[in-house]
Design a protein. Structure first.
Length: 258
């Protein structure tokens, strides 16, 4: 069989178009394909929710790829080990209560599980704004990351979602857009992003799960974004809380029945 370059191009364009059009009106839109965002997507898709992730970078995985200081090992605690067991990510004990996992295996496996469960992931796509109706976040305004990086004047597209999840990490990008532009008061002590505190792994691992919740109508936080919004400390290269926070947000959205 002779390969036809035009047919190859046509196949890519048609398949991507179908995937993108199918993600313009969904149950949950997640911004950020780090460990928390992908975990949330996996559990939502597993329950047959229509979910898509929009990731600014070429690669998924957020900071998990690099482990600590580019040593590609991660640490999780016992609660999160059970989650990794469910996802078929291998772990090994270090000391009591501490478990190690290969960060490359963890990212690639969680991503595969999320996609095979039915989640759609769009890389190289940025959420530059949100759609708001009657003080409720109900969608995203999307553009190619290359457009953003090159500062080109190219108009975006819009997608609708019953719920949006900000999983953009320390920057809390979606929440900060809402804070700046929408006039919506956030469900924090001040009504605004509180910002993250300095390193305190023990406290941060507990707080990140607690803070993974609705921040304003239609918008939830998970992962490091949750502590950045609600004022919790950072935790460094222990990733258990990240994964547990994604699962927690997914459960909250599923249990809401909306």
């Amino acid at each position: 069989m002779k390969l036809d370059e035009v047919k190859i191009s046509k196949a890519i364009i048609e398949a991507y178009k179908e995937k993108l059009v199918g993600s313009l009106d969904i149950d949950v839109a997640i911004v950020g394909a780090g460990p928390a965002g992908m975990a949330a997507a996996y559990y939502l898709a597993k329950e047959k929710k229509k979910v898509s992730i929009f990731e600014r970078k070429l690669s998924v995985g957020g900071g998990m790829w690099g482990g600590g200081i580019m040593f590609n090992e991660i640490v999780v605690q016992k609660k999160a080990k059970e989650l990794l067991d469910e996802l078929d990510v291998r772990t090994r004990p270090y000391e009591e209560g501490y478990y190690l996992a290969d960060s490359i295996e963890a990212v690639s496996t969680i991503c595969s599980k999320a996609v095979k469960a039915g989640a759609k992931i769009f890389n190289l796509m940025s959420a530059e704004d949100v759609m708001v109706r009657e003080k409720r976040v109900c969608g995203l305004v999307l553009n190619w990351t290359a457009v953003e990086t090159a500062k080109l004047h190219v108009d975006p597209i819009t997608m609708r979602a019953k719920f949006v999840v900000d999983a953009t990490g320390h920057a809390a990008e979606v929440v900060r857009i809402v804070e700046k532009k929408s006039g919506i008061r956030l469900k924090t002590k001040t009504g605004k992003c509180l910002g993250e505190g300095s390193m305190w792994a023990e406290a941060a691992e507990e707080m990140i799960v607690k803070n993974s919740k609705e921040v304003c109508p239609g918008l939830y936080t998970c992962g490091m974004c949750a502590n950045a919004v609600f004022g919790g400390p950072r935790m460094g290269p222990i990733f258990g809380g990240m994964l547990l926070s994604g699962r927690k947000v997914a459960k909250d959205l599923i249990d809401s029945g909306k």
